[in-house]
Write a protein that binds this ligand. Structure first.
Ligand code: NAG
Ligand code: NAG
Ligand code: NAG
Ligand code: NAG
Ligand code: NAG
Ligand code: NAG
Length: 298
């Protein structure tokens, strides 16, 4: 029935439109062919020649945090609220499990009324008991639209949205797993898994996590490591990109995962203290965009 209907519609399309459709189809095939899902380690370099560069794409960044971390959400809303990207539409949301206190139901309702940037999953707050699985597997059911990419980030990471989107721009839109590969010293994105500081999937992998029995069966343990295991068992994520040295842990906090702040940074992790946030925000000139005004002097 469905097929027949399509054929009839096609027959009444004007010839111009038909040739347009033909060319669109032709070019979309080309795009796929230029990214053979080759697991060769060199394949990451091939991503530089891209046919995607002119299409705006979208990213959902889910920051996994806990209901009572009001102050951290305040800071992160400021940090992400003033950033822009010319190549991607980026939504940042805070993700936690069920509320447990009556006061949270009031204060978090206030936040939702004001910001509408909170997702409360059906789970009990935990770090390594499946929150990340619940996050990704719930999204296809609860989101009103699909995103090109979905990221999971920690609440102690500073992400530069413009740099993140520029680094994603030339990469494949399907079967992609992006982040900071573990072990720290490795540059091979196929060797193991991406650090929990912030990793990203293309939408098809988010759907796969929701549907496949493989992730559902492996939810207990370190969340980032488990993700690597799912993809290995499922033979998924042929396209991988480890964004080193642009992603790293704050200087001096985690051995070979740490290095000095550098201009081309995408993300800095392990920002636990105010002085670390201050250092990072100052280094990246985050507030330099402020102009003089009669209202204040800084
Ligand atoms: C939440 O999860 C529990 C099991 O953990 C299930 O029994 C319940 O139906 C779920 N509720 C919703 C609203 O999905
Ligand atoms: C979370 O809260 C919902 C709504 O109150 C409830 O249906 C669900 O069972 C809770 N889930 C867990 C895992 O506690
Ligand atoms: C590519 O990665 C694999 C691990 O997936 C590794 O065994 C192999 O040595 C790497 N090859 C090169 C050329 O780096
Ligand atoms: C789930 O995992 C267990 C233990 O790793 C394994 O024995 C079982 O076959 C798995 N089940 C499915 C449906 O993958
Ligand atoms: C911050 O601004 C200073 C002064 O304009 C400049 O020298 C420096 O390169 C900027 N830093 C970054 C990371 O863009
Ligand atoms: C600062 O002034 C410039 C030039 O007038 C303007 O383009 C820019 O948007 C202003 N920045 C802010 C944060 O208002």
């Amino acid at each position: 029935m469905k097929q027949k209907k399509n054929v009839i519609q096609f027959a009444v399309l004007p010839p111009l439109l038909i040739s347009f459709l033909f060319f669109s189809y032709f070019f979309s095939n080309l795009q796929l062919k230029s990214f053979p899902p080759s697991p060769s380690n060199d394949s990451i370099y091939a991503f530089n020649q891209t046919p995607f560069a002119h299409t705006k794409f979208s990213i959902l960044i889910g920051i996994l945090t806990r209901p009572e971390k009001y102050d951290r959400r305040h800071l992160l809303r400021l940090v992400y609220g003033i950033q822009r990207s010319p190549v991607a539409d980026i939504d940042v949301k805070f993700v936690f499990c069920n509320l447990t206190k009556q006061e949270q139901r009031v204060f978090i309702a206030l936040e939702i009324l004001r910001f509408n940037d909170i997702i409360i999953l059906n789970c009990t707050e935990n770090m390594n008991n499946g929150k990340t699985y619940t996050y990704f597997s719930s999204l296809p059911h609860i989101l009103p639209k699909r995103y090109t990419y979905v990221m999971k980030a920690d609440d102690d990471v500073f992400i530069r949205l413009n740099q993140l989107s520029l680094s994603l721009n030339p990469l494949p839109r399907i079967d992609l797993y992006y982040g900071f590969v573990i072990p720290c010293s490795s540059k091979n994105p196929y060797v193991d898994y991406m650090s929990g500081m912030g990793f990203l999937f293309s939408w098809d992998l988010v759907e796969w996590i929701g549907k496949s029995g493989i992730p559902a069966n492996e939810t207990q343990g370190p969340e980032d490591k488990l993700v690597g295991k799912w993809l290995k068992i499922g033979n998924k994520a042929k396209n991988r990109f480890s964004d080193k040295p642009a992603m790293y842990d704050y200087p001096g906090t985690n051995g070979r995962c740490s290095h000095e702040l550098i201009p081309e940074t995408v993300a800095v992790h392990r920002l636990k203290r105010w002085d670390q946030w201050f250092h990072v925000l100052e280094f990246f000139n985050v507030t330099k965009q402020l102009n003089n005004s009669k209202f204040f002097h800084l």
